[in-house]
Write a new protein. Structure first.
Length: 79
């Protein structure tokens, strides 16, 4: 089973929501639970931000051409 596109992002966010609910129910109030929520929120933010950038299925960015940058780095390393 391979999940693609927007559905993949929704599944990831749903999994984070389930983890947050489990943390809420099983952990007592305090710094550790707040730290867990901050970490899960950071992961959710990262998912939302990468959902707006143009990455294809192989993880290559569609909106920018990085070939020139890589070629320039190879030229400096070899020269």
């Amino acid at each position: 089973m391979r999940v693609q596109g927007a559905r993949r992002k929704a599944v990831a966010l749903l999994a984070l929501a389930v983890l947050a609910a489990l943390a809420w129910m099983t952990m007592g109030p305090g710094r550790v639970r707040m730290l867990v929520f901050v970490l899960l929120g950071g992961f959710a933010l990262r998912i939302l931000l990468t959902a707006r950038s143009g990455y294809d299925e192989e993880g290559q960015c569609e909106s920018m051409d990085h070939g020139g940058v890589r070629a320039g780095l190879r030229g400096k390393a070899g020269g």
